[in-house]
Design a protein around this ligand. Structure first.
Ligand code: HEC
Ligand code: HEC
Ligand code: HEC
Ligand code: HEC
Ligand code: HEC
Ligand code: HEC
Ligand code: HEC
Ligand code: HEC
Ligand code: HEC
Length: 409
C-alpha cells in the first residue's frame, strides 16, 4: 500500500500527465508494433488522462525519464508491469478507496468500490484463488476507462449485459462452475430486456440493477431476491401482506421469481390464472385445494370485469358514432379500466376478500357505462323515430297544402 501512496503523492506533485516519458516513448511503440493494442491512444481518450493522471500513476516507474528505458522502468523500484487481478484491488483502490485522494479531483465520487467488491461473489471467488472471477478491469476496461455515464463505457446500461455475458455466456470459460450460461439469452427476450434494448427504457433493470455494481447486492437490499420490490413497489407491498410470501420463501422458491422467473420474465397475462395444465398456479398445485379455489376466483373476477368493460366499450362507441354525447360514459370506462389494472396488481395480496372489495368499483363503473350507453342508444332510436314521423307529417302537410292550392286555383 505504502508504495502506491508515495507514488500518488509524487505524481500529484509533478502533475505531468501528457508530457511524461512513458507517454512519449510508448506512442512510438504503439506505432511500431502492429499487433500491439494502441495503449496510448486508448489511454488519452479515457477518464484518467482527462484528470491529468499518467501511466506511472498505475504502473510506477519514473515518468521524467524520457529516453532511457531502464531509468524509466526496469531500474525503478516502484515499476510494476504485472498488475494481476489481486494487484488491481490495491492499485485501483490506492486512489478509489481513499477519500483524501479522490476529493482532490471530484467532490462527489464514492470510495467504497473495493470494500463492496470484496463482499461480492466475484470478490470472494478471487480471494479464494479463482482468477476467472471478474475484477475492476474486466468490467471497466484497462487503458481506455471511461466515465460510467459515457455511452461507450462497458458499464453503461445498454452495454452491461454484453460486458457480463463476455464471461457468463461463455460455456468453456465458465466450465469450472455449475452455473448456467443462459442469463443473457433469457434476459434479452424478457420484458426487461425488451424494454431496455427495444424501447430504450433506462428505467428497466439491467444486470447490475439486480446484482449490484460491486457488492453482492445493492445497498439496503439484503439479497438479490428482494430486488423486484424496489421498482414494483405496489406488488411488493401487497405481496408482503400475504401468507404466501413466507410460505414460498421457506420452501426455497424465493419471492417474485417463484412465479415470474428472474432472467426470463415474460409479459404476464390472465391465462396464468386459468386452472389448466401449463398454467402458473396449476403447475405447482396440481392437487387442487385452496390454491385452486383462489386461482379460479381471481381468474373469474378478472375475466368477468374484462368482458363487462369490452361490452360497455362497444356500446359507448356505438352511441358516440351516432353522435350522442358520451363524455361522462367515457369517464366511467376509464375508471373501470383503471380498476381492472389495479385488480391484476391486487391479486398479489393473495387475499380473495381484498381483491373482491376493490374490484366492485370496476364492475359498478362498467355497469354505469352500459346503462348510460343503453339510454343514449334508446334516445337516439326515439329521436330517429320522432324524426321519421315528423318528416312524414311535413310531407303530408305539404301534399295537402299543394292540393288545396290547386283546388283554389
Ligand atoms: C524510452 C522508451 C520507454 C519509456 C520512457 C518507457 N517505456 Fe515502457 N516500455 C518500453 C519498451 C521498449 C517496452 C517493451 C515493449 C514490449 O515488449 O511490449 C516497454 C514495456 C512497458 C510495459 C510492459 C512491461 C512488460 O513486462 O510487458 C509497461 C507496463 C510499461 N512499459 C510502462 C511504462 C511506464 C509506466 C513508463 C513511464 C514511467 C514507461 N513505460 C516508460 C519503452 C519505454
Ligand atoms: C488505471 C491504471 C492504468 C493506467 C493509467 C495505465 N495502465 Fe497500463 N495496465 C494497467 C493494468 C491493470 C494492466 C494489466 C492488464 C491486464 O493484464 O489485462 C496494464 C498493462 C499494461 C501493459 C502490458 C500490456 C500487455 O498486453 O501485456 C503495458 C505495455 C501498459 N499497461 C502500458 C501503459 C502505458 C504506456 C500507460 C500510459 C499511456 C498505461 N499503461 C497506463 C493499468 C493501467
Ligand atoms: C462486475 C462488474 C464490475 C466490477 C468487477 C467492478 N465494477 Fe466498478 N462499476 C461497475 C458498474 C456496473 C458501475 C456503475 C455504473 C452505473 O452506475 O451506471 C461501476 C461504477 C464504478 C465507479 C464509479 C463510482 C461508483 O461507485 O458508482 C468506480 C470509481 C468504479 N466502478 C471502480 C471500480 C473499481 C476500483 C473496481 C475494482 C475493485 C471495480 N469498479 C470493479 C461494474 C463493476
Ligand atoms: C492515481 C489515482 C487513480 C488510480 C490508481 C485509478 N483511478 Fe480511476 N479515477 C481516478 C480519478 C481522479 C478519476 C476521476 C474522478 C472524477 O472526475 O469523477 C477516476 C475515474 C475513474 C472511473 C470513472 C468514474 C465515474 O464516476 O465516471 C472509473 C470507472 C475508474 N476511475 C476506475 C478505475 C480502475 C478500474 C482503476 C484501476 C485499474 C483505477 N480507476 C485507478 C483516479 C485513479
Ligand atoms: C471476467 C469474467 C466475468 C465477468 C465480466 C463477470 N463475471 Fe460474474 N462471475 C464470473 C465467474 C468466474 C463467477 C464464478 C465465481 C465462482 O467460482 O464462484 C461469477 C459469479 C457471478 C455470480 C454469482 C453466481 C452464483 O450464484 O454463484 C453473479 C451473480 C455474477 N457473477 C454476476 C455478474 C454480473 C451481473 C456481471 C456484470 C456486471 C458479471 N458477473 C461479470 C466471471 C465474470
Ligand atoms: C430483474 C432482476 C435481474 C436481472 C435484470 C438479472 N438478474 Fe441475474 N439473477 C436474478 C435473481 C433473482 C437470481 C437468483 C438469485 C438466487 O437465487 O440466489 C439471479 C441469478 C443469477 C446468476 C446465478 C446463476 C443463475 O442463473 O441462477 C447469475 C450468474 C446471474 N444472475 C447473472 C446475470 C446476468 C449476467 C444478467 C444480465 C444479462 C442478469 N443476471 C440479470 C435477478 C436478475
Ligand atoms: C430497476 C427497476 C426494476 C427492477 C429492479 C425490476 N423491474 Fe420489472 N419492470 C421494470 C420496468 C421499467 C418495466 C416496464 C417494462 C415495459 O413494460 O415497458 C418492468 C416490467 C415488469 C413486468 C411486466 C409488467 C407488465 O405489465 O407488462 C414484470 C412481470 C416485472 N417487471 C417483474 C419483475 C420482477 C419479478 C423483478 C425482480 C426479479 C423485477 N421486475 C425487477 C422495472 C424493474
Ligand atoms: C404466486 C404467484 C405470483 C407471485 C409470487 C408474484 N406474482 Fe406477479 N403476477 C402473478 C400473476 C398470475 C400475474 C398476472 C395477473 C393477470 O394478468 O391476470 C402477475 C402479474 C404481475 C405484474 C403485471 C401486473 C401489474 O401488477 O402491473 C407485475 C408487474 C408483477 N406481477 C410483479 C410481481 C412482483 C414484483 C412480485 C413480487 C413482489 C410478484 N409479481 C409476485 C403471479 C405472481
Ligand atoms: C413455484 C411454485 C408455486 C406457484 C407457481 C404457486 N404456488 Fe401457491 N404455494 C406454493 C408453496 C410451496 C406453498 C406452501 C406449501 C403448500 O401449501 O403447498 C403455496 C401455498 C399456497 C396457498 C396456501 C395453501 C393453503 O392450503 O392454504 C395458496 C392459497 C396458494 N399457494 C395460491 C397460489 C395461487 C393462486 C397461485 C397462482 C397465482 C400459486 N399459488 C402459485 C408454491 C407455488
Amino acid at each position: 500500500m505504502k508504495i502506491w501512496l508515495t507514488l500518488i503523492a509524487f505524481s500529484l506533485s509533478v502533475g505531468l500527465a501528457q508530457e511524461s516519458g512513458c507517454i512519449s516513448c510508448h506512442i512510438e511503440l504503439d506505432e511500431d508494433l502492429d499487433d500491439h493494442e494502441k495503449i496510448v491512444d486508448n489511454y488519452l481518450g479515457g477518464v484518467h488522462a482527462k484528470n491529468n493522471l499518467d501511466c506511472s500513476d498505475c504502473h510506477g516507474g519514473d515518468p521524467e525519464a524520457f529516453d532511457d528505458e531502464d531509468e524509466a522502468m526496469w531500474d525503478a523500484e516502484s515499476f510494476r508491469s504485472d498488475l494481476t487481478k489481486i494487484d488491481q484491488l490495491e492499485m485501483c483502490g490506492s486512489c478509489h478507496s481513499n477519500p483524501n485522494v479522490m476529493k482532490q479531483y471530484t467532490a462527489s465520487i464514492k470510495t467504497d468500490q473495493v470494500d463492496q467488491y470484496e463482499t461480492s461473489h466475484h470478490g470472494i471467488a478471487l480471494e479464494n484463488g479463482n482468477e476467472k472471477a471478474a475484477t475492476c478491469t474486466d468490467c471497466h476496461g484497462v487503458h481506455g476507462i471511461l466515465e460510467i455515464d459515457h455511452p461507450k463505457a462497458p458499464v453503461y446500461p445498454f452495454n452491461i449485459p454484453i460486458t457480463c455475458s463476455n464471461c457468463h455466456s461463455d460455456e468453456s470459460y465458465m466450465a469450472h462452475t455449475d452455473l448456467p450460461t443462459d442469463q443473457y439469452k433469457k434476459y434479452e427476450s424478457s420484458v426487461h430486456g425488451i424494454a431496455l434494448f427495444e424501447n430504450e427504457d433506462v428505467g428497466a433493470p439491467t444486470c447490475n440493477d439486480c446484482h449490484g455494481n460491486h457488492g453482492a447486492a445493492p445497498p439496503d437490499i439484503v439479497h438479490v431476491k428482494d430486488i423486484c420490490g424496489t421498482c414494483h413497489i405496489n406488488n411488493q407491498d401487497l405481496f408482503q401482506t400475504s401468507h404466501l410470501q413466507s410460505m414460498l420463501l421457506s420452501e426455497g422458491f424465493g419471492q417474485c421469481e417463484a412465479c415470474h422467473g428472474n432472467h426470463d420474465i415474460a409479459k404476464p397475462n390472465d391465462d396464468m390464472l386459468d386452472w389448466s395444465e401449463g398454467a402458473l398456479c396449476y403447475d405447482c398445485h396440481a392437487d387442487g385445494g385452496n390454491a385452486k379455489d383462489m386461482s379460479n376466483h381471481f381468474y373469474s373476477v378478472i375475466t368477468n370485469l374484462n368482458s363487462d368493460i369490452e361490452l360497455a366499450t362497444s356500446m359507448v362507441h356505438d352511441a358516440e358514432n351516432k353522435g350522442m354525447i358520451v363524455d361522462e360514459l367515457l369517464f366511467d370506462l376509464e375508471e373501470a379500466h383503471k380498476v381492472l389494472i389495479h385488480t391484476r396488481t391486487n391479486i398479489h395480496s393473495f387475499n380473495i376478500d381484498f381483491v373482491d372489495s376493490n374490484a366492485i368499483a370496476g364492475f359498478e363503473a362498467a355497469q354505469a357505462a352500459v346503462t348510460g350507453a343503453q339510454q343514449s342508444l334508446d334516445e337516439f332510436d326515439f329521436r330517429r323515430k320522432g324524426l321519421f314521423y315528423f318528416s312524414l307529417i311535413i310531407t303530408f302537410t305539404v301534399i295537402v297544402l299543394g292540393l288545396k292550392i290547386k283546388v283554389m286555383k
